[in-house]
Ligand binder design. Structure first.
Ligand code: AMP
Length: 530
């Protein structure tokens, strides 16, 4: 029997990434050269033309932020004109430029890179770490994405994996992976809520576990609520304290504000383990005589909690929504799984316990739980395909992941409205067929514009692409019928097939996304990475 390399599970995070693997039935979270089990999702382009990735870049991020790319995940699969890219243009110190077809590109040291290339570099680092740990080449991976990722974001993540030299066996949702980490192989029958509070986003997903079946019942999220909001709150508090101490306002002083933001995050994390934090920031500004002004103050956890309670409270609006969709009460959830750095805050844990009426599950590390689940999924796919049944051993059963689509899929109507074909929260994989007809006499082609989103106005949703069926037989309007099948596969990727009923012409279209790259650009990315 050919021995295949193990399948690794990668949590490709906005802030941090983590890689795990299953060896002899046991999950290993893979450390780096210095023992760190998570890597910063950072890429730095150095003066000598070399590129470094991961924790090593933390220093570069402070000294050379212009050539250090952070949070590529916020931009991957987005259009240059999207809100997220506009926000990055304002906030990110590195340069984002517009490529062909409104694709955002990163520019560093005179060279332009697609977002999948940048994420691909992070993934290659994770692959290298796994190879070092295992002492053998690694070629296959399961990669996780947020449940809220649309088709384009999933396709671009898959491309990032390919650019890293990985065969991406499956893209799975982060909450599903977290549930797998807790429930896989334990024969559990339970309803879990995955409470995922990261740096910039919050998501709540409810899953039903029935032995090997992991079914997502509902998912809801807030893409503008995360750990950063706590940092900003604390930073504003420090600005006010500085003004009170010295009568000097620092608003608009970018360098001082950035320094305080950095300090705010450190203080926040410190207050997760300590009752009290002391802040001492030197030389934040100069007084009228040119003497340096420092900020000194202290804050206890209770005071911090009081200032930030409302932010945690906002997560419960999202929880309410997810429970409403599922038709459940908070008390009907049997276990709450914590994911993401912000769930390390005692305030979050206390308030989550209060909301659900039970203490959250904390035996797995919230930074590792997603990659552990991805590795378990990878191992199960592996044994399904490759391991021959051994005598007497119980057959290994792969988990069945039943996910839902985070947003509706539909087409634009003549009047610019949005006609939903697959509803939000529909179980995937799924397939729906619709019949369309010509709107003019002797029309020989029909064009469909395909969108994902929940707005009634097509243009307010995310355009995935358009397809055209040519060669229709000339006939009075309304007489030619075209059947279009919309499919969302297990990776959450959209496939559309059009069929003209009269001629039987069929064309399958893996949607060529408008926020995507032209084939020659993708070829260039592979060349640069080779
Ligand atoms: P993630 O996106 O899951 O890596 O989460 C990153 C967020 O978690 C950032 O806002 C961090 O400041 C926050 N975070 C990490 N560790 C802690 C901690 N010990 N206490 C509070 N927040 C934390």
């Amino acid at each position: 029997m050919v021995e295949h390399d193990p399948v690794i599970g990668i949590d490709l995070g906005t802030t941090n990434s983590c890689v795990s693997v299953v060896l002899d039935g046991e999950v290993h979270v893979i450390p780096d050269e210095s023992g760190a089990r998570v890597q910063a999702s950072l890429v730095s382009f150095l003066t000598d033309g070399s590129v470094i990735v991961g924790n090593e870049c933390r220093h570069e991020q402070v000294v050379d932020p212009v050539n250090t790319i952070a949070s590529a995940k916020r931009l991957i699969g987005r259009s240059y004109v999207s809100k997220e890219v506009k926000a990055a243009l304002q906030a990110a110190p590195y340069k984002v430029v517009k490529g062909k077809g409104s694709v955002p590109l990163i520019e560093a040291r005179g060279q332009r890179y697609g977002l999948p290339e940048v994420s691909g570099m992070v993934l290659r680092r994770m692959k290298d770490l796994a190879e070092r740990y295992l002492g053998r080449p690694v070629t296959r991976a399961v990669i996780t994405v947020p449940a809220s990722f649309n088709d384009t974001q999933r396709q671009m993540t898959k491309l990032a994996g390919q650019l890293a030299g990985l065969d991406v066996l499956r893209i799975i949702n982060e909450p599903t992976a977290a549930a797998l980490a807790y429930g896989y192989g334990r024969g559990i029958k339970a309803r879990l809520a995955v409470y995922d509070f990261g740096g910039g986003t919050f998501d709540l997903t409810i899953l039903e576990l029935r032995d090997t079946v992991f079914e997502v019942v509902s998912t809801a999220g807030d893409t503008y609520l995360g750990g950063d909001d706590f940092d900003n709150r604390l930073m504003r508090y420090m600005l006010a304290a500085f003004k009170q101490q010295h009568g000097v306002g620092l608003e608009g002083e970018t360098l001082a504000v950035n320094r305080l933001k950095h300090v705010a995050e450190k203080v926040k994390c410190e207050l997760s383990t300590k009752e009290r934090a002391i802040v001492n920031v030197t030389e934040l500004a100069l007084d009228a005589n040119g003497a340096p002004l420092d900020l000194r103050f202290h804050l206890d956890r209770a005071g911090f909690n009081e200032r930030c309670q409302d932010l945690v409270q906002r997560t419960f609006l999202v929880c309410d929504e997810a429970l409403r969709i599922a038709g459940l009460k908070a008390s009907e959830v049997h276990g709450v799984v914590l994911v993401g750095g912000t769930t390390r805050m005692p305030l979050v844990r206390e308030m989550v316990a209060g909301y659900f009426g039970r203490a959250p599950l904390v035996d797995l590390n919230p930074d590792e739980v997603v990659s552990i689940g991805a590795a378990l999924q990878g191992a199960s796919l592996d044994s399904d395909h490759f391991s021959a049944p051994t005598s007497g051993a119980a057959p290994h059963r792969a988990p069945l992941l039943l996910d839902v689509t985070p947003m509706a899929l539909g087409v634009q109507t003549v009047s610019g409205y949005y006609d939903v074909v697959i509803e939000r929260n529909a179980s995937i994989p799924c397939e729906h067929t619709r019949t369309f007809t010509t709107s003019m006499d002797d029309q020989t082609s029909v064009r469909l514009q395909i969108f994902q989103g929940d707005s009634r106005i097509a243009a307010e949703n995310i355009k995935l692409g358009e397809i055209e069926l040519y060669g229709l037989p000339p006939a009075p309007r309304g007489q030619v019928e075209i059947q279009v099948t919309f499919e969302i596969d297990t990776d959450g990727i959209v496939v559309v097939t059009e069929r003209d009923s009269a001629t039987g012409i069929e064309q399958a279209t893996r949607i060529e996304v408008s926020a995507g790259y032209a084939p020659d650009e993708v070829a260039q990315m592979f060349e640069r990475g080779a």
